[in-house]
Write a protein that binds this ligand. Structure first.
Ligand code: CA
Length: 674
């Protein structure tokens, strides 16, 4: 019996009605299990069940035998509950058997489901576990704080990483390969004779990032946790199964429900100790499949289904979450707040945010602000086709970003303008000499792509886990060029990101020219199901001087950005006043200055394949007072094609007498007043 058919025949069209919501919306924050003195109180929501049995197991494996069945009792609002004693049930496992009677068809349907509010689970997330979460806290946890708690959003440097990629490479020197604990090993390195370079945590600390954005690490379905590390499949993890539990394959023991929780908390604690905040990638827009436990307990409730009975599929993952329904919205909000509270998560990145709605995001914002100030929220505000189940729902897309309080979105404007469209393999971007993108680069430099009303709504990036890596994309749309030129373009790309107003995000490994190539020597666009050989960060390359040079360039750009207040503006009117773009006579040569209080920086970006020479007096002040810019001011170069730093990178001083800059092909030059 397909439970969705049961729903479609009898209940379709009622879940989103006011009547249904008034009768069945449950507001208290106590679904799932709670410890209350010597009691475990367990509650679940299932308004159409006629009976719910709680099954108890001694272990969390799928095959384990039920040792006891307990009748749950139905109360108001479709809530079922039971109370158990801690001494008899703590650390045991459980699931539910839900019985539905469909009277019109004279059928009884029994389904088994895990607890949607499970806080701990056994292997592969089949069964929930009764747990005392306090017992999972590492020493010092109560005093644990976000090390960047009061940091302005546009002061952050985000690094987007898959947990497994940092340590999967056998040469990483990291012991806990592919695990949460592999993220926090200190003093790991790779060496070759005299050369010795840092890997893992020390590497990302040295780079200067402030926020580590980890790809999904809630419990997902695509990796079999019961297989040994080297045999289990690799997946990005955008296939949620248990939203409120960490993924088991990242723990050293996925069978014991509390190990993954302990190890994740330990990891977050150590990252905080190392000055790094943690951003969680969350995927509330769809689930692994329609067997999702919440949907089993209230058949068909969790998803958007059209009048034709077909699941809406804007996510291209088979189903779209009906976030506009009261109990789905509650579920999402409860989940986010739980992670922020229990795991001290400092920021959330919402996958396909454009499928959720602004009201849900506002509730999340409000809830997070009540837990701690300044928790970061950003997401993919892409506009996708989805079948809403209510009228007047506003989707959380880029065009509605200003209808939400403090939510940022990825800027595909800047991403594509820099390197060319991600949807057209051979489309060239500005860095490869495409002047059609020049205007978009200019507005993005000011942090004001057409949908944003201020730069703190904008995540600037040129690559992330999706699509080709930056270095591979450059190679694909410039087939004839040599390594040296590809590196120049790559450096220009990241310089544009770091020089833009807004919040910069780096794809892990971009700083060592990350490439994803399969065994046939083909670049891989979406490496979601490839193995470690394609996905892992290959530390060995850092032993080569040209890779070290790129790494230092990234590091230098980050240091420069952190030290330059003019790159951290928030007020769009002030920005428009502070930016002066010069006419250079070449669409591919963008020259501008930012005058911000005592600080002036002059930037020349050269997307052209030949060098540019610019007399700054001529381009900025011709016909006006030539003194304006240089009166009492000398400038030094902090960034050029070779180097970037928070200190000047050359001895040359630029003043009113000597203000001609020479900018290499496909590179940039940044001057700052002394
Ligand atoms: Ca899993």
């Amino acid at each position: 019996m397909n439970i969705n058919q049961l729903y479609v025949s009898d209940w379709l069209g009622k879940y989103s009605t006011k009547e249904f919501e008034e009768m069945f919306t449950y507001e208290a924050d106590d679904l799932g299990m709670r410890l209350n003195g010597e009691d475990i109180v367990l509650k679940c929501w299932s308004p159409f069940a006629t009976q719910i049995l709680l099954n108890i197991y001694l272990s969390g494996e799928e095959s384990s035998t039920c040792v006891e069945q307990i009748q749950m009792v139905c109360g108001e609002k479709g809530i079922w509950q039971t109370t158990l004693d801690v001494s008899g049930y703590l650390n045991k496992y459980y699931d539910f058997t839900i019985i539905f009677e469909n009277i019109s068809k004279n059928e009884t349907v029994r389904v088994t489901a895990c607890d949607p509010y499970a806080r701990a689970v056994g292997v592969n997330g089949k069964k929930a576990m009764f747990i005392d979460l306090k017992e999972t806290n590492p020493d010092g946890w109560d005093a644990d704080r976000n090390p960047n708690q009061s940091m302005a959003w546009n002061d952050m440097i985000i690094y987007e990483l898959h947990t497994r990629d940092l340590s999967a490479d056998l040469k990483s020197g990291i012991k806990n390969r592919g695990k949460f604990l592999g993220l926090i090993e200190n003093e790991t390195y790779i060496a070759d004779g005299k050369e010795k370079v840092k890997t893992g945590l020390d590497h990302i600390k040295d780079l200067g990032i402030t926020h580590l954005h980890l790809l999904p690490f809630y419990d997902y379905g695509s990796v079999d946790e019961s297989r040994p590390y080297d045999e289990n499949k690799y997946n990005w993890g955008y296939d949620p199964v248990n939203y409120n539990v960490p993924e088991g394959s990242y723990s050293t023991n996925p069978y014991d429900g509390d190990v993954r929780i302990r190890e994740l908390k330990q990891t977050i604690y150590q990252l905080h100790q190392n000055g790094i905040s943690v951003v969680m990638d969350v995927v509330y827009n769809h689930t692994y499949n329609e067997e999702f436990c919440f949907n089993k307990m209230v058949p068909g409730y969790f998803y958007r289904i059209g009048d034709d009975g077909v699941l809406s599929n804007g996510s291209e993952c088979g189903n779209d979450t009906a976030a506009e329904r009261s109990m789905v919205r509650k579920y999402i909000v409860d989940s986010v707040l739980y992670w922020a509270g229990e795991y001290h998560i400092d920021g959330f990145r919402f996958d396909l945010l454009g499928l959720l709605d602004t009201e849900t995001m506002q509730e999340i914002r409000k809830g997070l602000d009540n837990i701690r100030p300044n928790i970061l929220i950003y997401g993919e505000g892409w506009k996708l086709h989805t079948v809403l189940t209510k009228k007047n729902v506003i989707l959380a897309t880029q065009e509605h970003v200003s209808e939400m309080d403090r939510v940022a979105m990825f800027s595909d404007n800047l991403r594509d303008a820099i390197k060319g469209s991600v949807f057209k393999k051979e489309d060239k971007g500005y860095i490869s000499g495409n002047q059609n993108y020049t205007d978009e680069i200019k507005t993005s430099l000011m942090g004001l792509p057409d949908w944003a009303s201020n730069p703190e709504q904008v995540i600037n990036y040129t690559s992330c886990h999706d699509n080709y890596t930056l270095f591979d994309k450059i190679a694909l749309c410039n087939k004839q060029i040599e390594m040296e030129e590809r590196i120049r373009q790559n450096k220009l790309a990241i310089a544009i990101v770091m020089l833009s107003q807004g919040i910069p995000l780096l794809h892990a490994g971009e700083e060592l020219l990350r490439t994803k190539m399969d065994r046939q020597g083909e670049f891989v666009a979406d490496s979601v199901r490839e193995g470690d050989d394609v996905n892992s960060i290959k530390w060995e390359v850092l032993l080569q001087p040209e890779y070290q040079d790129v790494y230092r360039y990234y590091k230098g750009l980050i240091a420069f950005r952190k030290n330059t207040r003019a790159l951290h503006m928030t007020d769009p009117e002030e920005i428009k006043k502070a930016y002066v773009f010069a006419e250079t006579g070449n669409e591919l040569v963008i020259c501008f200055k930012i005058v911000q209080k005592d600080e002036t920086i002059i930037v020349v970006l050269n997307g052209d394949g030949k060098p540019a020479e610019i007399n700054l007096n001529d381009v900025f002040d011709k016909g006006k007072s030539a003194d304006d810019m240089f009166k009492g001011k000398n400038y030094r170069c902090y960034i050029n094609g070779q180097s970037a730093d928070c200190n000047p990178v050359s001895e040359t001083v630029y003043d009113r007498n000597d203000c001609t800059v020479k900018v290499q092909a496909q590179s940039c030059m940044v001057l700052k007043n002394l």
